[in-house]
Design a protein around this ligand. Sequence first.
Ligand SMILES: NC(=O)c1ccc[n+]([C@@H]2O[C@H](COP(=O)([O-])OP(=O)(O)OC[C@H]3O[C@@H](n4cnc5c(N)ncnc54)[C@H](O)[C@@H]3O)[C@@H](O)[C@H]2O)c1
Length: 320
Amino acid sequence: MGDSWKSRKVVIVGAGAVGSTFAYALAQKGLADEIALIDANRDFAEGQALDLAHGLPYYPSVQIKVGQKQDYAGAEVIVVTAGAEQAPGESRLALIKKNKTIIELIIEEILDQQSQAVIVVATNPVDILTYTALKHTGWPKSRVMGSGTVLDSARFRYLLSQHCDVDVGNVHAYFLGEHGDSEFPAWSMTHIAGVAIDDYCPVCKKCMSWLLERKEIVKTVRESAYHIINYKGATYFAIGMALVRIVGTILQDQRSILPVSTLLEGEYGIQDVCLGVPCIVGQGGVKQIIEAPLFQEEKEALSKSAVILQNVINQVLIQD
Ligand SMILES: NC(=O)c1ccc[n+]([C@@H]2O[C@H](COP(=O)([O-])OP(=O)(O)OC[C@H]3O[C@@H](n4cnc5c(N)ncnc54)[C@H](O)[C@@H]3O)[C@@H](O)[C@H]2O)c1
């Protein structure tokens, strides 16, 4: 290997359910040369890394190890999944403050190492913590993003494909806004095999009342995480794949358009908040925000999401 060869290193902070599932999926895709797992619980990270590394004969070529803060220096992408669990009786705001402190400590260590990486935040509430991470780094906004509504959009595409009984690969669709209760479907951007959804529904004839059934699909997307958490306590497989999609497009400079959480500075008439909007993502992070010509009600839904997030930012981040 020549001197110019540079290892594609991905550091994952938080080796819990989301971090380890992402590591497992990433290793199988062969997108990274090195995966380093960091966790506040060092023994746990050790166990996770060993368990993952024992699959080495069966992955494409990759190294998997427990990471340390020095790994931030050579990382191409740092994915943050570290977070505290909600304690019994603890308010959502208190949990946000706790996770904000965790993110800030992680960012301090990343800065100490003069890292040139792109940071992808997955810890919830993802839009608020992406904003925290961005402000704390002082980096260009392109280099700090959140997983945004990439997972929600995958759920939306899956449900549409099931409903229309077509390959999910033929479904192009986005959920936008807050990764949370105020997220919404961008019907204006929804296409099946290139046909706008409003034109596709009358010819598809798979449902009795497409307006009612669309409402049901949207409700199911919004409530997905609650249902899965009720069934098994956490969600991690699909977010693991969504993170592979985001990190893959960064490592391979694919310039995929994904609804990651990014700082808006006037786009869509919104200022100083991070939320999920379509972005061209590639090497170096977010290359461009795509200002899609949304329907009027979608523009209003995006603004509503922004106001909700700005209120939380004011409560949690500014009045600290
Ligand atoms: N963005 C999304 O779409 C999405 C989807 C699912 C889950 N999540 C979020 O991902 C986060 C992780 O979920 P999980 O199920 O993996 O939780 P988990 O409890 O299984 O793992 C979290 C890990 O973070 C570690 N940790 C805590 N503080 C740390 C610190 N300062 N430095 C390093 N590691 C630290 C813990 O030890 C733990 O191992 C949660 O906030 C969850 O809500 C986001």
